[in-house]
Design a binder for this molecule. Structure first.
Ligand SMILES: [Zn+2]
Length: 311
């Protein structure tokens, strides 16, 4: 297809939106999607349509590619290109999802080059579900794709070959940070970026990407240089999403907690006022209060029962 037609087609896909069912798949599975602000979710949906149109999905060990697999992988992969645009994945052709991904007799979570990504589905589900454990194989493998997109080299320098100043900056930051991760491993100390980053030069960028989205606060606090480098590269600030989300959560908790109580107080006041003006007898008031008290008791009980896992 000529480049012009190709771009027109992409422009059309970028305007498309997900269905309610597709959004539900994401809200059910992806902690990262649930953290995204609404404007970025809208942008993500368009990029996902381009991705789903241009990338082939295959499975190994499963009978078919499911909608859940396509939507989840496309969403997490496209978070990385929310502001960079689809060109970063132009060379990507195939995603293969395995029931059990093995390399050299060892089970692995994923692998990637700029044309193809292989993913172990169980690891994908775990990575998406736990949004703050520093492990997300989909983000990790697609960061490898970005790293190799420009120069086919997996060396944790994802910026363009001709951007000399940017490349120098990346090299300098990596040269300063790598020894810190190594020291943390040697002395059994904690570093925000997983020690898997030490496996090879290629792993630093992928592991740092996982931390950027899943441990934003710690990375910003303890490794601000890396955070800023990734913030510039991705054009995103996930720390802001966490703050916005926690504000939304506290507002919702307030409404959920005090909304029903306020309603019951109003009902109680109305019953008492009707009683004062002899519209209701004492027996009537007691009858009215019985269900009100039961509901209050129920609310107190639900508020005090500990909730299970919060995603
Ligand atoms: Zn890797």
């Amino acid at each position: 297809m000529p480049p012009y037609c190709h771009n027109v087609k992409r422009e059309q896909f970028l305007k498309k939106r997900l269905t309610t069912e597709q959004r539900k798949i994401l809200t059910d599975h992806s902690a990262l999607y649930n953290r995204l602000p609404e404007d970025l979710k809208t942008k993500l949906e368009g990029l996902m349509h381009v991705f789903l149109h241009e990338v082939d999905f295959e499975v190994d060990g499963f009978s078919e590619v499911t909608e859940e697999m396509r939507i989840c992988v496309a969403a997490e992969a496209c978070v990385l290109i929310l502001t960079r645009g689809y060109d970063s994945y132009s060379q990507l052709r195939r995603v293969c999802i395995y029931k059990k991904l093995v390399r050299k007799n060892k089970k692995i979570a994923g692998s990637a080059n700029r044309y193809e990504v292989k993913l172990d589905w169980h690891s994908c589900l775990q990575g998406m579900r736990w949004g703050a454990d520093n492990h997300n194989v989909i983000l990790h493998e697609f960061a490898h794709v970005l790293d190799q997109a420009d120069d086919a080299e997996a060396q944790s320098i994802p910026v363009a070959v001709d951007s000399i100043a940017d490349r120098r900056k990346w090299k300098e930051v990596i040269a300063r940070e790598y020894p810190k991760i190594k020291a943390a491993q040697v002395y059994s100390l904690v570093h925000t970026i997983d020690k898997y980053a030490l496996t090879s030069n290629a792993e630093f960028f992928s592991c740092a990407t996982e931390s950027f989205f899943e441990r934003s606060k710690e990375l910003r606090q303890y490794n601000p240089e890396i955070y800023e480098l990734l913030q510039d590269y991705y054009g995103l600030d996930p720390l802001q999403w966490e703050e916005a989300k926690s504000q939304r959560d506290s507002q919702l908790t307030f409404i959920k907690t005090f909304g029903p109580l306020l309603f019951l107080l109003l009902v109680t006041a109305a019953i008492l006022i009707l009683g004062m003006y002899d519209y209701i007898s004492t027996g009537g008031i007691l009858c009215c209060f019985a269900p009100v008290l039961s509901i209050l008791l129920y609310i107190w009980w639900t508020l005090n029962v500990p909730t299970s896992d919060s995603r």
